[in-house]
Design a protein around this ligand. Sequence first.
Ligand code: ZN
Ligand code: FE
Length: 255
Amino acid sequence: MGLDLVTIPCLSDNYAFAIHNPNTGETAVIDVPEANPILEELASRNWTLSDVLLTHHHWDHVDGLARLLEKAPARVIGASADAHRLPPLDLAIQDGDTITVCSENCEVMDVSGHTVGHVAFHFPQSGLVFTADSLMALGCGRLFEGTPELMYNSLSKLAALPPETLICSGHEYTAANGKFAVTIEPDNARLTSRLNAIAVARAEGQPTVPSTLALELETNPFLRVHTGSLKANLGMLDASATEVFAEVRARKDTF
Ligand code: ZN
Ligand code: FE
């Protein structure tokens, strides 16, 4: 039941993902930092690529695509708003679209902020969302193109998904994000215990991605800027969630 999910480490700290429908044999890959680790993973499982989903235009999410397609031709799906700066697309999508990938519904969500035009791919039946550099484990992407308002709005849409949803984000930044998070919420016991679990996983060479939305809601400071306890920690009890988000993001940028 549901799609099989594989996390594929690429480059120094990127993740691509493969999803597979065991009933139909269809396989999709989300983001292509480099081709070889993905090709090796597909070959080892005897999976034939059907689709590639691109979240945003940054080189560390698309640069392996041409080589991947040489070895494994597939339908390439990405945001119409970014078609001018993405590799050639076979299917251009936008916020609110529902497409079929691996014979499941895939809901396209605009999650602009890190870049304008960044999309997330939500698979409600399997409880997966591919967020790349928008919502990340214990963090969120830097605001290269968008405003704090735009990113906070995007994160709020993701935060409203079912709490058991797996957050499949694009980088292994979790330990560094955790060092920052604990400066914002030193008294958050769930955060402290998560940091211990992260240290154990990394010592064993295990990825900390994906995580559940429920865990992010309890521990990720960027999802907690509306809470009285976090506002009080920053001396911002009267500020709006967006103002607190902007402050936390600014602190992280210089941490
Ligand atoms: Zn990026
Ligand atoms: Fe990235």
